[in-house]
Write a protein that binds this ligand. Structure first.
Ligand code: NAG
Ligand code: NAG
Ligand code: NAG
Ligand code: NAG
Ligand code: NAG
Ligand code: NAG
Length: 433
């Protein structure tokens, strides 16, 4: 049936073969789950790409349950899916991206492909965003950088969202609420990619998994789970390992979940009852609970610990220790490194007035007004925020110079591309090994 439709389309529009074709200007991909209508886009640097934005890879999730695969019927491929707009972010810490529209219905991924489809299936690069498991979303990374640097080299890009903070990691000690929901989301995304990427012109046997920061610990977690065995081929870990204290911290997660659960009014001794109660709580209450308890979103003054992170469960991690998992993990080609932007991201969770100032200035620029940023304006924001009376104007300028130099935004006053500052967020090209 699928093939009949495709053949008809091919006869009518006679463009590119297989399930990846276009009617003038509209790229179309037929999947068993739905037919995705994307958009053609040209970056500021002139690279052409097809963008498929906001593709659902599972059903909208049920809070504190693992994600469910999409329903496939013989006719579901006919369902049109308008893949021209970014989907909402997952609910998250608000002070980093204050203007992000968030929802519990946030399990979507984006695929960027070249516009010329050749005979050979292309390698695929999957990128998992960072954000300390508590913030981040794919629109914040956009598509320009990926398109300019990967699509131009005939690599297909996938960026994906996963549940964050409370909704990604909440867990009870007995695993009636299992936690690790974020990783189950990522796992389902990998299954979707493995199953469907061929229709986008990708090679399902040439998938590189990667991510930075919490996206890197996620990459590591996925590499350790027996569930991902045949889902991808090689991996790049950019600044994040589960050997770090914040990687998998079961006790922290159990304690913190109990504390927050009690604060939102669900302290039932029976964890099944507690779960039912928690599933009915308005999502805002989870964040309000933090304020009521006087708790920041990140553990104060500690770079090496998170409130919300993975736990050693019997499901995703199969009840094994880190060393056991590492020993049993399939051998894959791997690259390890850090990225320049990492210090910049870390600066969000420190009380150090200098680095904190920088993270706030970054928050002043949202995706919508990303082209407004330039060195002078960022300087202005930084200076505005250096309100500590112990600094005079000379020292303030010295501090700003040092921040610029330290973060290597330092072409600084000379950067003429307004997106330079935006690109810095997604820069993986400078990975050091
Ligand atoms: C690229 O796509 C975005 C939607 O994300 C759209 O706003 C923009 O106008 C497009 N640019 C071009 C050159 O088509
Ligand atoms: C997809 O959504 C965009 C934005 O809402 C709209 O302009 C466009 O007409 C839609 N396309 C289809 C095929 O529904
Ligand atoms: C978790 O709570 C227990 C009991 O209150 C406490 O002994 C332990 O130190 C806590 N662990 C962490 C990592 O918070
Ligand atoms: C960018 O937009 C946000 C709201 O979306 C606004 O709060 C902020 O002030 C803007 N920043 C600049 C520099 O215009
Ligand atoms: C500013 O502060 C620095 C360091 O405290 C000091 O050396 C310098 O003299 C001050 N400059 C002015 C103009 O007050
Ligand atoms: C930026 O330009 C200024 C003035 O032309 C120059 O002094 C400085 O060295 C330049 N910085 C870099 C990193 O090229």
């Amino acid at each position: 049936m699928k093939w009949i439709l495709q053949c008809l389309m091919l006869l009518c529009f006679g463009d590119v073969a297989l399930s990846h074709f276009q009617i003038p200007g509209v790229p179309i991909v037929v999947l068993p789950e739905y037919t995705a209508y994307g958009i053609k886009n040209v970056t500021r640097k002139g690279t052409e790409a097809f963008l498929y934005l906001g593709l659902p890879y599972v059903k909208p999730p049920v809070r504190f349950e693992k994600p469910e695969p999409l329903t496939v019927t013989p006719l579901s491929f006919l369902k049109p899916k308008n893949a021209t707009q970014w989907k909402p972010a997952c609910h998250q810490v608000v002070d980093v991206y204050p203007s992000a529209i968030t929802s519990e219905d946030c399990l979507y991924l984006n695929i960027f492909t070249p516009t010329k489809v050749g005979l050979k299936n292309l390698p695929v690069f999957v990128f998992i965003h960072g954000g300390g498991y508590s913030y981040g979303y794919t629109q914040a990374y956009g598509y320009e950088y990926f398109v300019d640097n990967f699509i131009s080299q005939n690599i297909i890009m996938v960026t994906l969202q996963y549940r964050l903070a409370h909704f990604g990691f909440f867990a009870t000690r007995d695993h009636v609420i299992n936690g690790n929901f974020a990783h189950f989301d990522q796992l389902e995304a990998l299954k979707y990619i493995k199953r469907n990427i061929k229709a986008f012109g990708g090679d399902p046997n040439k998938i590189t998994l990667s991510g930075h920061s919490a996206g890197s610990t996620s990459t590591h977690a996925l590499s350790l789970s027996p569930k991902t065995k045949d889902l991808y081929n090689q991996e790049i870990h950019i600044a994040g390992s589960n050997y770090a204290l914040w990687g998998i911290a079961s006790e922290m997660v159990f304690n913190h979940s109990e504390l927050i659960g009690t604060q939102v009014g669900c302290a039932q001794a029976n964890t099944l009852e507690r779960k039912k109660c928690l599933q009915k709580v308005d999502y805002k209450k989870f964040w309000e609970a933090r304020v009521e308890l006087g708790l920041p979103d990140f553990v104060p003054d500690k770079f090496d610990m998170l409130y919300w992170t993975s736990n050693f469960d019997n499901d995703f991690f199969g009840g094994k220790t880190l060393d056991e998992l590492q020993a049993a993990a399939p051998k894959r080609r791997a690259m390890y490194g850090v990225d320049f932007g990492e210090g910049l991201l870390e600066s969000i969770i420190t009380d150090n007035p200098i680095t904190n100032v920088f993270s706030k200035s970054r928050g002043a620029y949202t995706y919508e007004n990303r082209t407004l940023a330039n060195a002078e304006k960022i300087r202005g924001v930084l200076l505005q925020m250096l309100t500590d009376p112990k600094f005079n104007s000379t020292t303030e300028n010295v501090i700003v110079d040092r921040i610029f130099a330290y973060y290597n935004i330092g072409i600084g006053a000379n950067a003429t591309d307004p997106l330079h500052y935006w690109y810095k967020l997604t820069e993986v090209r400078h990975t050091h090994t």
